[in-house]
Design a protein. Sequence first.
Length: 428
Amino acid sequence: MIKIYDLNEVPEEEIFARQEEAADVSAPVADILRAVKERGDAALLEYEKQFDRVELSALEVTPQELEEGAAQVDPEFTEILREAAENIRAFHAKQKREGFLMTQREGVVLGQKITPLARVGIYVPGGTAAYPSTVLMNAIPAHIAGVGEIIMATPPGRDGKIRPAILAAAKLAGVTRIFKMGGAQAVAALACGTETVPKVDKIVGPGNAYVAEAKRQVFGLVNIDMIAGPSEVLVIADGNSNPAWVAADLLSQAEHDKMASAVLVTDSRGLAQAVSREIENQLRTLEREEIARASIEQNGKIIVARSLTQAAEVANRIAPEHLELSVDDPFDYLGLIENAGSIFLGRYNPEPMGDYFAGPNHTLPTMGTARFYSPLSVDDFIKKSQFSYYTREALERDYRKVSRFAMEEGLTAHARAVDIRFEKEGET
Protein backbone atom coordinates (compact mmCIF):
# COMPACT_ATOMS: atom_id res chain seq x y z
CA MET A 1 0.00 0.00 0.00
CA ILE A 2 1.22 3.52 -0.81
CA LYS A 3 2.47 5.42 2.24
CA ILE A 4 1.00 8.74 3.41
CA TYR A 5 3.30 11.31 5.05
CA ASP A 6 3.09 14.82 6.35
CA LEU A 7 5.54 16.93 4.39
CA ASN A 8 8.01 17.27 7.28
CA GLU A 9 8.14 13.49 7.78
CA VAL A 10 9.99 12.64 4.57
CA PRO A 11 13.37 14.10 3.50
CA GLU A 12 13.16 15.78 0.12
CA GLU A 13 15.96 13.64 -1.29
CA GLU A 14 13.86 10.56 -0.57
CA ILE A 15 10.63 11.73 -2.22
CA PHE A 16 11.65 10.27 -5.58
CA ALA A 17 13.77 7.18 -6.19
CA ARG A 18 16.72 8.88 -7.85
CA GLN A 19 19.15 5.99 -8.25
CA GLU A 20 18.43 2.78 -10.11
CA GLU A 21 19.79 -0.22 -8.26
CA ALA A 22 21.38 -2.02 -11.18
CA ALA A 23 24.58 -3.91 -11.79
CA ASP A 24 27.52 -1.98 -13.22
CA VAL A 25 27.49 -2.66 -16.96
CA SER A 26 30.32 -0.31 -17.94
CA ALA A 27 32.86 -3.08 -18.62
CA PRO A 28 30.69 -5.27 -20.90
CA VAL A 29 29.46 -2.17 -22.73
CA ALA A 30 33.04 -1.05 -23.31
CA ASP A 31 33.81 -4.48 -24.77
CA ILE A 32 30.83 -4.23 -27.12
CA LEU A 33 31.83 -0.75 -28.28
CA ARG A 34 35.37 -1.92 -28.94
CA ALA A 35 34.22 -4.96 -30.91
CA VAL A 36 31.84 -3.01 -33.13
CA LYS A 37 34.45 -0.34 -33.76
CA GLU A 38 37.04 -2.95 -34.76
CA ARG A 39 34.88 -5.49 -36.60
CA GLY A 40 31.88 -3.53 -37.79
CA ASP A 41 28.96 -5.43 -39.29
CA ALA A 42 30.37 -8.83 -38.34
CA ALA A 43 30.28 -7.90 -34.66
CA LEU A 44 26.79 -6.41 -35.02
CA LEU A 45 25.41 -9.62 -36.53
CA GLU A 46 27.03 -11.70 -33.80
CA TYR A 47 25.56 -9.53 -31.05
CA GLU A 48 22.11 -9.64 -32.64
CA LYS A 49 22.30 -13.42 -32.55
CA GLN A 50 23.53 -13.39 -28.95
CA PHE A 51 21.26 -10.73 -27.44
CA ASP A 52 18.19 -10.54 -29.67
CA ARG A 53 18.21 -14.25 -30.59
CA VAL A 54 17.95 -13.61 -34.30
CA GLU A 55 20.17 -14.51 -37.26
CA LEU A 56 20.13 -11.73 -39.81
CA SER A 57 21.40 -11.80 -43.37
CA ALA A 58 21.12 -8.01 -43.65
CA LEU A 59 20.90 -5.20 -41.10
CA GLU A 60 18.98 -2.57 -43.05
CA VAL A 61 15.23 -2.55 -43.57
CA THR A 62 14.50 -2.50 -47.29
CA PRO A 63 11.95 -0.14 -48.88
CA GLN A 64 9.78 -3.18 -49.59
CA GLU A 65 9.92 -4.29 -45.94
CA LEU A 66 8.97 -0.78 -44.86
CA GLU A 67 5.96 -0.60 -47.15
CA GLU A 68 4.76 -4.13 -46.38
CA GLY A 69 5.19 -3.66 -42.63
CA ALA A 70 3.42 -0.31 -42.50
CA ALA A 71 0.54 -1.73 -44.55
CA GLN A 72 -0.10 -4.35 -41.86
CA VAL A 73 -1.09 -1.75 -39.27
CA ASP A 74 -4.78 -1.45 -38.56
CA PRO A 75 -6.12 1.54 -40.56
CA GLU A 76 -7.75 3.04 -37.47
CA PHE A 77 -4.46 3.06 -35.58
CA THR A 78 -2.63 4.38 -38.65
CA GLU A 79 -5.02 7.33 -38.64
CA ILE A 80 -4.37 7.89 -34.92
CA LEU A 81 -0.63 7.83 -35.61
CA ARG A 82 -1.11 10.36 -38.38
CA GLU A 83 -3.11 12.73 -36.19
CA ALA A 84 -0.60 12.41 -33.35
CA ALA A 85 2.20 13.18 -35.81
CA GLU A 86 0.35 16.29 -36.98
CA ASN A 87 -0.04 17.50 -33.38
CA ILE A 88 3.62 16.88 -32.62
CA ARG A 89 4.68 18.57 -35.85
CA ALA A 90 2.51 21.64 -35.18
CA PHE A 91 3.91 22.10 -31.67
CA HIS A 92 7.56 21.63 -32.64
CA ALA A 93 7.29 23.85 -35.73
CA LYS A 94 6.92 26.77 -33.30
CA GLN A 95 10.38 25.95 -31.92
CA LYS A 96 12.24 26.46 -35.18
CA ARG A 97 14.57 29.40 -34.92
CA GLU A 98 16.35 31.61 -37.43
CA GLY A 99 19.77 33.21 -37.31
CA PHE A 100 20.22 36.92 -36.66
CA LEU A 101 22.29 39.86 -37.85
CA MET A 102 23.47 42.88 -35.82
CA THR A 103 24.70 46.14 -37.36
CA GLN A 104 24.43 48.58 -34.46
CA ARG A 105 28.07 49.72 -34.64
CA GLU A 106 29.34 51.36 -37.81
CA GLY A 107 31.56 49.05 -39.82
CA VAL A 108 30.79 45.99 -37.70
CA VAL A 109 28.52 43.11 -38.65
CA LEU A 110 27.78 40.38 -36.09
CA GLY A 111 25.47 37.42 -36.34
CA GLN A 112 24.49 33.86 -35.63
CA LYS A 113 24.00 31.14 -38.22
CA ILE A 114 21.71 28.14 -37.63
CA THR A 115 22.70 24.85 -39.29
CA PRO A 116 20.87 21.54 -38.90
CA LEU A 117 22.92 18.50 -37.97
CA ALA A 118 23.88 16.45 -40.99
CA ARG A 119 22.91 13.04 -39.60
CA VAL A 120 21.31 11.86 -36.37
CA GLY A 121 20.62 8.43 -34.93
CA ILE A 122 17.37 7.55 -33.16
CA TYR A 123 17.26 4.56 -30.85
CA VAL A 124 13.83 2.99 -30.42
CA PRO A 125 13.48 0.19 -27.84
CA GLY A 126 12.06 -3.13 -28.98
CA GLY A 127 11.86 -6.51 -27.33
CA THR A 128 8.55 -7.24 -25.62
CA ALA A 129 7.12 -3.78 -26.33
CA ALA A 130 6.83 -1.52 -29.33
CA TYR A 131 6.97 2.25 -28.95
CA PRO A 132 5.85 4.05 -32.11
CA SER A 133 5.42 7.17 -29.94
CA THR A 134 9.19 7.22 -29.44
CA VAL A 135 9.68 7.28 -33.20
CA LEU A 136 7.36 10.26 -33.62
CA MET A 137 8.75 12.23 -30.67
CA ASN A 138 12.36 11.87 -31.77
CA ALA A 139 12.17 11.94 -35.56
CA ILE A 140 9.66 14.74 -36.11
CA PRO A 141 11.71 17.48 -34.34
CA ALA A 142 14.78 16.31 -36.27
CA HIS A 143 12.86 16.50 -39.53
CA ILE A 144 11.57 20.00 -38.72
CA ALA A 145 15.11 21.12 -37.88
CA GLY A 146 16.19 20.08 -41.38
CA VAL A 147 18.46 17.18 -40.45
CA GLY A 148 19.83 15.64 -43.64
CA GLU A 149 19.58 11.99 -42.62
CA ILE A 150 17.58 10.44 -39.78
CA ILE A 151 18.91 6.95 -39.03
CA MET A 152 16.77 4.71 -36.82
CA ALA A 153 17.99 1.66 -34.88
CA THR A 154 15.57 -0.75 -33.26
CA PRO A 155 15.83 -4.42 -32.25
CA PRO A 156 14.09 -6.94 -34.52
CA GLY A 157 11.85 -9.72 -33.29
CA ARG A 158 12.85 -13.38 -33.37
CA ASP A 159 11.47 -13.49 -36.93
CA GLY A 160 13.97 -10.84 -38.02
CA LYS A 161 11.27 -8.23 -38.60
CA ILE A 162 10.51 -4.85 -37.10
CA ARG A 163 7.08 -4.40 -35.59
CA PRO A 164 4.66 -2.90 -38.12
CA ALA A 165 3.60 0.01 -35.87
CA ILE A 166 7.25 1.09 -35.59
CA LEU A 167 7.62 1.04 -39.37
CA ALA A 168 4.39 2.97 -39.87
CA ALA A 169 5.52 5.65 -37.43
CA ALA A 170 8.94 5.88 -39.10
CA LYS A 171 7.31 6.37 -42.48
CA LEU A 172 5.09 9.16 -41.10
CA ALA A 173 7.92 10.89 -39.24
CA GLY A 174 10.41 11.16 -42.09
CA VAL A 175 12.99 8.56 -41.00
CA THR A 176 15.57 8.11 -43.75
CA ARG A 177 17.00 4.65 -43.04
CA ILE A 178 16.13 1.91 -40.54
CA PHE A 179 18.49 -0.72 -39.10
CA LYS A 180 17.67 -3.94 -37.27
CA MET A 181 19.93 -3.64 -34.25
CA GLY A 182 19.47 -3.04 -30.56
CA GLY A 183 21.33 -2.56 -27.32
CA ALA A 184 24.81 -1.19 -26.82
CA GLN A 185 25.87 -2.57 -30.20
CA ALA A 186 23.39 -0.30 -31.96
CA VAL A 187 24.73 2.75 -30.13
CA ALA A 188 28.28 1.69 -31.04
CA ALA A 189 27.38 1.34 -34.71
CA LEU A 190 25.72 4.76 -34.82
CA ALA A 191 28.62 6.41 -33.02
CA CYS A 192 31.48 4.78 -34.94
CA GLY A 193 29.91 3.72 -38.23
CA THR A 194 30.32 0.33 -39.91
CA GLU A 195 30.41 -0.97 -43.48
CA THR A 196 26.62 -0.67 -43.55
CA VAL A 197 25.61 1.74 -40.79
CA PRO A 198 26.56 5.40 -41.28
CA LYS A 199 28.24 7.33 -38.47
CA VAL A 200 25.93 9.96 -36.99
CA ASP A 201 26.51 13.28 -35.25
CA LYS A 202 24.07 12.75 -32.39
CA ILE A 203 22.19 9.85 -30.79
CA VAL A 204 18.80 10.33 -29.14
CA GLY A 205 16.18 8.05 -27.67
CA PRO A 206 15.60 5.89 -24.57
CA GLY A 207 16.82 2.41 -23.77
CA ASN A 208 17.80 -0.05 -21.07
CA ALA A 209 20.85 0.16 -18.81
CA TYR A 210 23.16 -1.06 -21.60
CA VAL A 211 21.89 1.55 -24.03
CA ALA A 212 22.19 4.32 -21.43
CA GLU A 213 25.74 3.28 -20.54
CA ALA A 214 26.72 3.04 -24.21
CA LYS A 215 25.41 6.58 -24.80
CA ARG A 216 27.42 7.74 -21.81
CA GLN A 217 30.59 6.16 -23.17
CA VAL A 218 30.28 7.51 -26.73
CA PHE A 219 29.47 11.05 -25.60
CA GLY A 220 32.23 13.25 -26.98
CA LEU A 221 32.68 11.08 -30.03
CA VAL A 222 29.08 12.05 -30.84
CA ASN A 223 26.54 14.14 -29.00
CA ILE A 224 23.62 12.60 -27.09
CA ASP A 225 20.30 13.91 -25.81
CA MET A 226 20.45 12.89 -22.15
CA ILE A 227 20.88 9.91 -19.82
CA ALA A 228 17.34 9.08 -18.78
CA GLY A 229 16.49 7.58 -15.42
CA PRO A 230 13.32 5.85 -14.20
CA SER A 231 10.01 7.51 -15.06
CA GLU A 232 8.59 10.06 -12.60
CA VAL A 233 5.29 11.80 -12.01
CA LEU A 234 4.41 14.32 -9.31
CA VAL A 235 0.72 15.16 -9.03
CA ILE A 236 -0.33 18.29 -7.15
CA ALA A 237 -4.04 17.91 -6.35
CA ASP A 238 -6.52 19.85 -4.27
CA GLY A 239 -9.41 18.46 -2.27
CA ASN A 240 -11.83 18.88 -5.18
CA SER A 241 -9.92 16.36 -7.31
CA ASN A 242 -11.46 13.00 -8.17
CA PRO A 243 -9.44 10.39 -6.19
CA ALA A 244 -10.01 7.70 -8.83
CA TRP A 245 -8.59 9.95 -11.53
CA VAL A 246 -5.56 10.88 -9.43
CA ALA A 247 -4.90 7.22 -8.61
CA ALA A 248 -5.11 6.30 -12.30
CA ASP A 249 -2.62 9.04 -13.19
CA LEU A 250 -0.14 7.82 -10.58
CA LEU A 251 -0.45 4.22 -11.78
CA SER A 252 0.07 5.24 -15.41
CA GLN A 253 3.69 5.93 -14.49
CA ALA A 254 4.10 3.18 -11.90
CA GLU A 255 3.46 0.52 -14.55
CA HIS A 256 6.57 1.59 -16.52
CA ASP A 257 9.00 -0.26 -14.27
CA LYS A 258 9.67 -1.12 -10.65
CA MET A 259 11.98 1.88 -10.22
CA ALA A 260 9.38 4.40 -11.45
CA SER A 261 8.26 7.03 -8.95
CA ALA A 262 4.66 8.18 -8.53
CA VAL A 263 4.06 10.87 -5.92
CA LEU A 264 0.98 12.86 -4.92
CA VAL A 265 1.30 16.13 -3.01
CA THR A 266 -2.01 17.49 -1.71
CA ASP A 267 -3.36 19.93 0.85
CA SER A 268 -6.21 17.54 1.66
CA ARG A 269 -5.75 14.56 3.99
CA GLY A 270 -9.17 13.31 2.94
CA LEU A 271 -8.05 13.16 -0.69
CA ALA A 272 -4.82 11.46 0.36
CA GLN A 273 -6.69 8.66 2.07
CA ALA A 274 -9.20 8.27 -0.77
CA VAL A 275 -6.41 8.07 -3.38
CA SER A 276 -4.62 5.43 -1.31
CA ARG A 277 -7.75 3.25 -1.35
CA GLU A 278 -8.28 3.82 -5.06
CA ILE A 279 -4.71 2.79 -5.88
CA GLU A 280 -5.28 -0.54 -4.15
CA ASN A 281 -8.54 -1.10 -6.02
CA GLN A 282 -7.07 -0.21 -9.41
CA LEU A 283 -3.84 -2.17 -8.95
CA ARG A 284 -5.80 -5.42 -8.98
CA THR A 285 -7.12 -4.65 -12.46
CA LEU A 286 -3.77 -3.94 -14.16
CA GLU A 287 -2.07 -6.33 -16.56
CA ARG A 288 1.25 -5.08 -15.22
CA GLU A 289 0.13 -5.28 -11.58
CA GLU A 290 3.38 -6.81 -10.33
CA ILE A 291 5.50 -4.01 -11.78
CA ALA A 292 3.12 -1.23 -10.75
CA ARG A 293 2.71 -2.61 -7.22
CA ALA A 294 6.47 -2.83 -6.73
CA SER A 295 6.84 0.77 -7.93
CA ILE A 296 4.07 2.02 -5.62
CA GLU A 297 5.28 0.12 -2.55
CA GLN A 298 8.97 0.94 -3.02
CA ASN A 299 8.85 4.46 -4.43
CA GLY A 300 5.26 5.71 -4.26
CA LYS A 301 4.27 8.39 -1.75
CA ILE A 302 1.39 10.62 -0.82
CA ILE A 303 2.50 13.79 0.93
CA VAL A 304 0.16 16.14 2.77
CA ALA A 305 1.31 19.77 2.57
CA ARG A 306 -0.09 22.81 4.35
CA SER A 307 -1.06 24.53 1.09
CA LEU A 308 -0.88 24.22 -2.68
CA THR A 309 1.75 26.96 -2.71
CA GLN A 310 3.90 24.80 -0.46
CA ALA A 311 3.24 21.87 -2.81
CA ALA A 312 4.57 23.97 -5.71
CA GLU A 313 7.68 24.76 -3.69
CA VAL A 314 8.23 21.02 -3.17
CA ALA A 315 7.85 20.43 -6.91
CA ASN A 316 10.47 23.04 -7.70
CA ARG A 317 12.96 21.41 -5.34
CA ILE A 318 12.25 17.92 -6.71
CA ALA A 319 12.18 18.97 -10.40
CA PRO A 320 9.98 16.10 -11.63
CA GLU A 321 9.90 14.68 -15.13
CA HIS A 322 6.08 14.99 -15.29
CA LEU A 323 4.09 17.42 -13.15
CA GLU A 324 0.29 17.41 -13.04
CA LEU A 325 -1.64 20.36 -11.60
CA SER A 326 -5.03 18.85 -10.72
CA VAL A 327 -6.37 21.99 -9.11
CA ASP A 328 -9.01 24.67 -9.58
CA ASP A 329 -7.66 27.40 -11.89
CA PRO A 330 -4.38 25.63 -12.77
CA PHE A 331 -3.08 28.60 -14.76
CA ASP A 332 -2.97 30.53 -11.47
CA TYR A 333 -0.27 28.12 -10.31
CA LEU A 334 1.70 27.79 -13.55
CA GLY A 335 3.81 30.83 -12.71
CA LEU A 336 4.92 29.18 -9.46
CA ILE A 337 6.48 26.21 -11.28
CA GLU A 338 10.14 26.67 -12.17
CA ASN A 339 11.52 23.13 -12.45
CA ALA A 340 9.60 20.45 -14.34
CA GLY A 341 10.04 18.57 -17.58
CA SER A 342 6.44 18.74 -18.78
CA ILE A 343 3.51 20.37 -16.98
CA PHE A 344 -0.05 19.06 -17.32
CA LEU A 345 -2.70 21.63 -16.42
CA GLY A 346 -6.16 20.79 -15.16
CA ARG A 347 -8.18 17.72 -14.28
CA TYR A 348 -8.82 16.69 -17.88
CA ASN A 349 -5.19 16.46 -19.01
CA PRO A 350 -3.66 13.22 -17.69
CA GLU A 351 0.02 12.56 -18.36
CA PRO A 352 -0.59 9.94 -21.11
CA MET A 353 -1.91 12.76 -23.32
CA GLY A 354 1.65 14.02 -23.42
CA ASP A 355 3.08 10.56 -24.00
CA TYR A 356 1.18 10.05 -27.21
CA PHE A 357 -0.95 12.75 -28.66
CA ALA A 358 -1.06 16.34 -27.38
CA GLY A 359 2.05 17.57 -29.20
CA PRO A 360 4.74 18.50 -26.63
CA ASN A 361 7.64 16.08 -26.50
CA HIS A 362 7.69 13.09 -24.17
CA THR A 363 11.50 12.78 -24.06
CA LEU A 364 12.04 14.58 -20.77
CA PRO A 365 14.72 15.19 -18.13
CA THR A 366 14.55 12.87 -15.11
CA MET A 367 16.30 12.47 -11.75
CA GLY A 368 16.13 16.16 -10.91
CA THR A 369 17.82 17.29 -14.12
CA ALA A 370 14.78 19.40 -15.04
CA ARG A 371 16.62 22.04 -12.97
CA PHE A 372 18.96 22.52 -15.94
CA TYR A 373 17.78 20.29 -18.83
CA SER A 374 14.84 20.81 -21.17
CA PRO A 375 12.55 18.44 -23.08
CA LEU A 376 13.80 17.19 -26.44
CA SER A 377 13.12 19.84 -29.06
CA VAL A 378 14.09 21.15 -32.48
CA ASP A 379 17.03 22.86 -30.76
CA ASP A 380 18.56 19.44 -30.10
CA PHE A 381 19.03 18.91 -33.83
CA ILE A 382 20.73 22.16 -34.79
CA LYS A 383 24.06 23.79 -34.14
CA LYS A 384 24.77 27.48 -33.91
CA SER A 385 27.75 29.25 -35.45
CA GLN A 386 28.56 32.87 -34.80
CA PHE A 387 30.24 35.26 -37.21
CA SER A 388 31.66 38.77 -37.22
CA TYR A 389 32.98 41.27 -39.77
CA TYR A 390 35.02 44.48 -39.25
CA THR A 391 35.94 47.10 -41.77
CA ARG A 392 39.40 48.72 -41.53
CA GLU A 393 37.89 51.82 -39.98
CA ALA A 394 35.99 49.83 -37.36
CA LEU A 395 39.06 47.84 -36.35
CA GLU A 396 41.16 51.03 -36.16
CA ARG A 397 38.61 52.44 -33.73
CA ASP A 398 38.88 49.48 -31.34
CA TYR A 399 42.19 47.68 -31.85
CA ARG A 400 44.06 49.47 -29.05
CA LYS A 401 41.45 48.32 -26.54
CA VAL A 402 41.80 44.74 -27.72
CA SER A 403 45.59 44.98 -27.59
CA ARG A 404 45.44 46.32 -24.04
CA PHE A 405 43.11 43.48 -23.04
CA ALA A 406 45.48 40.90 -24.50
CA MET A 407 48.51 42.39 -22.75
CA GLU A 408 46.62 42.31 -19.45
CA GLU A 409 46.30 38.55 -19.92
CA GLY A 410 49.93 38.16 -20.95
CA LEU A 411 49.08 37.06 -24.49
CA THR A 412 51.42 39.14 -26.57
CA ALA A 413 50.72 37.28 -29.81
CA HIS A 414 47.07 38.18 -29.44
CA ALA A 415 48.03 41.83 -29.10
CA ARG A 416 50.39 41.60 -32.09
CA ALA A 417 47.59 40.19 -34.30
CA VAL A 418 45.63 43.44 -34.00
CA ASP A 419 48.56 45.88 -33.66
CA ILE A 420 50.36 44.66 -36.77
CA ARG A 421 47.58 45.82 -39.05
CA PHE A 422 48.30 49.45 -38.15
CA GLU A 423 52.09 49.46 -37.95
CA LYS A 424 53.84 51.57 -40.53
CA GLU A 425 55.64 49.67 -43.26
CA GLY A 426 59.09 48.62 -42.08
CA GLU A 427 58.22 48.67 -38.37
CA THR A 428 58.64 45.44 -36.34
